[in-house]
Design a protein around this ligand. Structure first.
Ligand code: GLY
Length: 622
């Protein structure tokens, strides 16, 4: 394809647009399309040649799926050079930090679930951000009430101590074969060579433009000429390329005990507001000692047996593994499973998630109880032919299970939720991202990466090319006495990220995950239900219309779900609201793998959501 540039007035400004005109090559596009101000600089074709973007690929020797072609190509290039799935996962994540910088980045965090083929075991690596030691239970309150959620989003206060770099180093040291420097190289190539701005990048920049404009460093990077880079232009991030280069040379200590960390802390404490801005950007509490104390952790994964398979997910501080696992166990205990049962099992599992799950270093999470068959049977008893009254009360995962008793205290709404998480006010948007990789040895990585909100805190560390996270908004702001997810010094906020690997007879069968805040859990659960209960192929299970019930009066859903199943489910007492997005009416952006036998693997990404994702395989032949 090639791009012809047009200049048209758009919303009071002059925007440069690119039209896509077949049939020239993608390389030509990269060479032709240049952002304003880029014209003098040669455009490299790094990252733009090779395979086209497709949502499903089948083949052998290794496979990858991400939301983005450049990131998938980066991961595949590592596999091609002999790296393993962990090496490729880190390379892909670092590249998503370039091309999906509003969802991923070195100043964010994430969770990896990994099948290590040599050892025949599944492990997980926690790179979750942490609260600084100065953060107290009331940090997000003023005068005894929660501060406005959006004030916290765009602030230094919500910036958690970043986990991604420590996670990359731990993951490569324990399970990888290449250095951090080598794993960062594909991302450096894309950051310096540039990538072609697509509609998703444009839209996400545009949605954030008002707050990006308030910070000098962010506006300089993401609003060149005062506006989002146009679709079809080439976007380069030389600051990030230089940061990755230096990080590769110096290692994580440069962030956790060095100059980069000092600059990050200075930015958190004094966000670089544009002179004259009226925004209140609350300063953060992080200091150099918080960075120095950060550790990524290897944790035993959450595991549950389900219909003869073993489902592995992320344990606390993520609620992903426990909530997906509990819901699957509830479904397994029912005589039949359809969409009504899916919604009800999800409702119950969310009631328990909200009541019991937080950082296990601070909260005694009854993980064994939540994932036990006895507890699931007790919970399954509550599911009848019609939707249960809202909200469902949490159960008692205490080891003593005696049938169909309603236990616990009914909650009024979801006290552990972010404002609006239980209904329609606060969007659970497309935030976060997920990638899957497998290699020729049969290792499998499912990796959720996030900087929390799309665009994180909105604050770029000056001259370094990356955004700060706002992960601490995943805490319950309170007041909410007894809530397991209130802030505390050094605590990790509860996550919903749910990278998931399914084994059958001890061998990988499927891997899946998604972005989408708390809807991550329902998206992963629904894909598993579609695949294993409703008989869909993995591509169909991913593409199918979605609904997200999180112990709320109304189930958030995509329009196509309401069109197809709304009547039958409404007759059972369910009510629906359109998922708030953005984009409105869209839930998640999943990626997955299915192992088809005899070494064949199917890599799957979204055909349409978030502009469609990219699945690639190393070879089409065995
Ligand atoms: N920040 C998204 C999550 O952790 O669930």
């Amino acid at each position: 394809m090639s791009f012809r540039r047009l200049t048209v007035p758009l919303a009071g400004i002059t925007a440069s647009l690119a039209l896509v005109i077949p049939p020239a090559t993608a390389q030509t596009a990269a060479q032709t399309a240049a952002a304003p101000g880029d014209q003098e600089r040669p455009v490299t074709t790094q990252g733009h040649g090779g395979p086209a973007k497709t949502p499903v690929a089948e083949g052998y020797g290794g496979a990858v799926a991400t939301v983005d072609l450049d990131a998938s190509k980066a991961a595949l290039s590592v596999l091609r050079q002999g790296g393993n799935a962990m090496d490729a996962a880190v390379a892909g994540a670092a590249t998503l930090g370039v091309t999906e910088p509003y969802s991923a980045g070195l100043a964010g965090g994430g969770f990896i679930v990994y099948y290590d083929a040599r050892r025949g075991k599944v492990v997980s690596i926690d790179g979750r951000e942490k609260a600084p030691r100065a953060m107290t239970e009331t940090a997000f309150q003023e005068n005894g009430a929660a501060i406005p959620f959006n004030d916290a989003v765009t602030s230094g206060l919500s910036v958690g101590v970043p986990g991604s770099v420590a996670q990359w180093e731990l993951a490569l040291r324990r399970y990888g074969t290449i250095s951090l420097k080598k794993a960062l190289q594909p991302a450096i190539d894309v950051a310096s060579g540039g990538f072609v701005v697509d509609k998703t990048f444009y839209d996400q920049t545009d949605q954030n433009a008002a707050r990006f404009a308030d910070f000098t460093s962010t506006a300089a990077l993401y609003l060149p000429n005062g506006a989002p880079p146009p679709i079809g232009s080439v976007f380069r991030n030389p600051d990030l390329a230089a940061t990755y280069r230096e990080l590769g040379r110096r290692g994580g200590d440069w962030l956790y005990d060095g100059r980069l960390g000092q600059e990050l802390v200075a930015t958190v404490k004094a966000p670089p507001l544009k002179p004259g801005s009226t925004r209140v950007a609350r300063p953060g509490l992080m200091d150099a000692a918080d960075l120095k104390a950060y550790r990524a952790l290897e944790r035993a994964p959450a595991k549950t047996g389900y219909n003869g398979m073993d489902v592995y997910g992320m344990p606390p501080p993520s609620s992903g593994g426990s909530t997906v696992g509990e819901a699957l166990n509830i479904l397994e205990a029912l005589p039949k499973v359809g969409r009504h049962e899916y919604l009800e099992a999800s409702r119950l599992a969310f009631a328990d998630r909200n009541a019991f799950v937080g950082d296990p270093a601070y909260v005694d999470v009854p993980l064994g109880g939540l994932l036990s068959d006895g507890f699931a049977k007790e919970r399954a008893c509550l599911i009848g032919d019609v939707a249960m009254p809202n909200p469902a009360a949490p159960g008692s995962p205490d080891g003593s299970y005696d049938g169909c008793q309603v236990e616990g205290t009914p909650l009024t709404g979801d006290p552990a939720a972010k404002p609006g998480e239980d209904g329609a006010e606060k969007p659970e948007g497309p935030e976060t991202t997920h990638l899957v990789v497998t290699d020729r040895w049969g290792d499998v990585a499912a990796y959720n990466i996030t900087i929390e909100q799309t665009g994180g805190s909105g604050i770029v560390v000056p001259g370094r090319g990356f955004l700060l996270n706002n992960e601490l908004t995943d805490f319950t702001f309170g007041p909410a006495p007894g809530d397991p997810n209130l802030p505390a010094p050094g605590k990790r906020p509860r996550s919903s990220m749910a990278p998931t690997i399914v084994l059958k007879n001890g061998k990988p069968l499927l891997a899946v995950g998604s972005p989408g805040g708390a809807t991550i859990i329902t998206t992963v659960l629904q894909i598993l239900v579609n695949r294993f209960e409703l008989g869909m192929s993995l591509p169909d299970a991913v593409a199918a219309p979605r609904a997200s019930q999180r112990n709320a009066a109304a189930t958030q859903a995509e329009q196509a779900f309401i069109d197809r199943y709304g009547a039958e489910l409404t007759a059972k007492g369910h009510t629906f609201v359109i998922a708030p997005g953005p984009p409105v009416g869209e839930i998640g952006a999943a990626t997955g793998l299915e192992f088809l036998g005899r070494g064949k693997v199917q890599a799957v990404a979204e055909p349409a959501r978030r502009g469609g994702g990219s699945a690639l395989v190393l070879s089409s032949r065995p």
